[in-house]
Ligand binder design. Structure first.
Ligand SMILES: [Zn+2]
Length: 342
């Protein structure tokens, strides 16, 4: 994967921030320790002085070896004393060292001229973030997904009640997110608007990101716009566009609202291409749609639909639009509505 200069600049900036943060944190720790132990501060000062004295002794006269030995012994004794003080307060041994996020490259991004793994991860993450239509703050969680909005009475045409069905869907999603691996199965969330599809896919994204995987979450219309814009430029070079590469190589791709984008020949081919490429290399994709299978078939073609249906586990979302229920709740009991899920 090749990254633009802009992505590299952003990564450098982030590494610089990390280094500055560890300096600031060390400064805070020193203040805490010195407030409790003035002796520790004194030792640090003496150690600094002895290294100056040692430097001078190197250029000194005949007795320089003995002087250096004496300084070394003094220095070791002071360091031992400082260690005992740190331990005495229950602080870790490396309390007065810089704590880097990556100890391998000390947050410089390179080790012996080679790019560190942390830099590779960072470049990847920044590219995903640029593409993601979600910010980390907008992620939902499983904890605030409430089953109270789903009716316990079975629907007319089914033996299932929305409550029962959605409890199943919820526990499946929790299990899926917690046990996620790059060989997890692909999912299709299907159901009318306002039944929690977005909430649950965002909750999965959150858990999977927390486990360290690269996740891209896009809405079908916005990603199609982007691909359309890039298509002309990259077609001439007969290359996949960078966006297309990111969409096919990430660990988990979530496409929200499939079917709401403008259905053109280009869009259908692009969606098919991405989903198909990911399926060939067995990478999981989660697609959510408000459309029924028949409507999907009308919007796309049989080939893409049978490919999707045949390879994705379908989870059906049923019930009454939560947004509407909240709207009614707001009118009657505003205080309860404010804590309800979206
Ligand atoms: Zn590193």
């Amino acid at each position: 994967m090749s990254y633009s200069a802009e992505i590299f600049d952003a990564a450098d900036k982030e590494l610089e921030n990390r280094r500055m943060r560890s300096e600031t944190e060390l400064e805070k720790r020193r203040k805490i320790l010195f407030a409790r132990s003035p002796r520790a501060e004194e030792i640090e000062r003496i150690i600094a002085r002895t290294s100056v004295a040692a430097a001078r002794a190197i250029f000194g006269g005949e007795d320089r070896r003995e002087r250096l030995e004496a300084l070394k012994r003094q220095n070791l004794a002071l360091q031992d004393e400082l260690k005992r003080i740190i331990k005495g307060y229950g602080f870790p041994e490396n309390y007065l060292d810089l704590w880097h996020k990556c100890e391998k490259c000390r947050d410089y991004g390179y080790v012996n001229g080679k790019m560190c793994i942390c830099m590779k991860r960072l470049l990847r993450q920044i590219s995903y973030d640029r593409l993601n239509s979600i910010s980390p703050l907008s992620l939902s969680s499983f904890d605030n997904f409430s089953l109270d909005y789903y009716d316990t009475k079975p629907l007319e045409d089914s033996r299932n009640s929305p409550y029962k069905q959605m409890s199943r869907v919820l526990s499946f999603c929790v299990k899926y997110a917690r046990g996620f691996s790059t060989s997890s199965e692909s999912l299709l969330f299907q159901g009318a608007p306002g039944l929690g599809k977005t909430h649950l896919s965002l909750a999965i994204a959150r858990d999977v990101i927390e486990s360290g995987f690269g996740v891209i979450y896009v809405s079908a219309p916005s990603i199609m716009n982007k691909l359309n814009k890039e298509a002309f430029e990259y077609d001439r070079r007969s290359n996949d566009s960078p966006t297309e590469q990111l969409l096919t190589e990430c660990d988990l791709l979530i496409i929200d609202d499939l079917g709401t984008e403008f259905s053109s020949r280009f869009n259908v081919a692009a969606i098919y291409n991405i989903i198909n490429t990911r399926m060939i290399v067995s990478k999981p994709t989660i697609i959510s749609t408000n459309l029924t299978i028949t409507e999907l078939q009308e919007n796309y073609n049989m080939r893409i639909i049978s490919r999707i249906i045949g390879n994705l586990r379908r989870l059906e979302f049923i019930g009454t639009d939560i947004r509407q229920q909240k709207h009614t709740l707001k009118k009657n009991k505003p205080e309860e509505a404010s804590s309800a899920q979206s």
